[in-house]
Design a protein around this ligand. Structure first.
Ligand code: NZQ
Ligand code: ZN
Length: 384
């Protein structure tokens, strides 16, 4: 196992009716700005629960953070915060609202041009404190220090990370999932699954705990994912998926192990150019990364085949092929498409996406920096 520093200070309130807990979790004298998206929280009772919990606070709101939050919208929120003097952000939404809020929190305290945080990796040395009410389990953003923000004018979708924007607390009430459209439930299961794979399917450093936690998450998502989008869904299914998604990207399974974010980095470019949902891009790319990089990932692919999928691995090559096929079938079993052509995207994507990767310096991706632009091109071509 490699050396690591593990620090996750986000307090989790998990379970039914936990939104009320924000009353205790937010400092009493805070001036709170509630940040949310397109308004789904107004139709499903979450806004009312939040308002009730904030009745003794001084608070205002900013709405309109879009899926794949944009720098432009976030900067409007920064102006409002500066004008009205808020000092605590309550993000109520999915990954986009949370990521947008993280950028807003950093930008509000940033000296200089906040776009540099994304484009130049400018260091974030302070940020407004953030609390979260999660409405869509998928990204893990509620309990990590990452954020991904897009620039609608330049087709950039760029990540940044800072412990300064790690949420102080996050409320995870599985009941909020009742109003999620099937597309978003599917997205959530696939995103959490791919997060787990990208921290697991690399090479072994004999990190047994991380491996077995990751395998547990993969098996849970494979078992509960299809139920989540069927008639069979109940509180237990929602709760298990919600907790899996948080655990998949809160730092635990990634501590001290090599990681491979190739699928995500290519996926972000596809969203920036073609507007696909984040998880839609991942389901298209991951099976092709597994195939293209199978020589480097051989031992872990066999471990995955045997321990997660229960395959007989005596014939190693056929076990690896089956493992890749079964992964793609799993995505299809939760109604996710797995080809770029399913979205009407053709041949021209190969050059466009490769060019985007080059522009963003993504020329040596993967756990061994072995995914060159050439390899990325092959992966994209194989995804058509
Ligand atoms: O805008 P609202 O009204 O909130 O509607 C949203 C949005 O249209 C809706 N929704 C959310 N909760 C709902 C609901 N509709 C009904 N009932 C509810 N309870 O769902 C739509 C999608 O929301 P969004 O937040 O965009 O989805 P998701 O959570 O999948 O977030 C995706 C974003 O997170 C980034 C992605 O790149 C993408 O920009 N990621 C962030 C990561 C992180 N911070 O660690 C890691 C991920 O890999 C990912 O890159
Ligand atoms: Zn993701």
């Amino acid at each position: 196992m490699q050396n690591f520093n593990f620090y996750n200070p986000t307090e989790i309130f998990f379970g039914e009716n936990q939104i009320a807990e924000i009353t205790k979790a937010i400092p009493k004298n805070a001036k709170v700005i509630v940040i949310y998206g397109g308004g789904s929280i107004k139709n499903n009772g979450i806004y009312e629960q939040v308002s009730l919990a904030l009745s003794d606070f001084s608070w205002g709101e900013f709405s309109g953070i879009e899926p794949n939050p944009t720098y432009q919208t976030c900067m409007q929120a920064v102006s409002k915060i500066k004008q009205e003097g808020y000092d605590f952000i309550l993000a109520v939404g999915g990954g986009s609202v949370i990521d947008g809020s993280k950028f807003i929190a950093a930008a509000a305290n940033f000296v200089g041009e906040p776009w540099d945080i994304l484009s130049k990796g400018a260091e974030v040395t302070s940020a407004l404190p953030i609390g979260v009410v999660l409405t869509l389990p998928a990204t893990g953003s509620e309990s990590n220090s990452f954020s991904v923000v897009s620039n609608s004018e330049t087709q950039d979708k760029l990540p940044f990370a800072s412990v300064e924007v790690q949420p102080k607390f996050a409320v995870l009430d599985p009941q909020v999932m009742k109003t999620l459209p099937q597309r978003q439930l599917t997205n959530g299961v696939v995103d959490a699954f791919v997060h787990t794979m990208e921290q697991y399917l690399t090479y072994s450093v004999d990190a047994k705990v991380q491996d077995r936690f990751a395998e547990g998450l993969l098996m849970t998502l494979m078992e509960e994912g299809p139920k989540l989008i069927s008639e069979d869904v109940d509180y237990k299914v929602r709760a298990n998926v919600m907790w899996s998604a948080t655990m998949a990207l809160n730092g635990l399974i990634g501590a001290g192990v090599p990681q491979d974010w190739t699928t995500h980095m290519i996926g972000h470019e596809i969203t920036a150019v073609y507007g696909l949902d984040h998880a839609q891009t991942l389901a298209v790319i991951l099976p092709r990364v597994m195939a293209e990089q199978q020589a480097l990932k051989r031992d872990k692919l066999l471990q995955y085949a045997e321990r997660v999928l229960g395959l007989d691995i005596t014939d190693e090559d056929s076990a690896i092929s089956s493992a890749i096929a079964r992964t793609e079938q799993f995505f299809q079993s939760v109604n996710m498409k797995t080809r770029l052509s399913d979205y009407g995207i053709g041949e021209d994507a190969v050059d466009k996406i490769t060019h985007q990767l080059e522009r963003h310096g993504m020329t040596a991706l993967g756990e061994q920096q072995a995914v060159t632009l050439d390899k990325s091109s092959k992966i994209i071509r194989a995804s058509l």
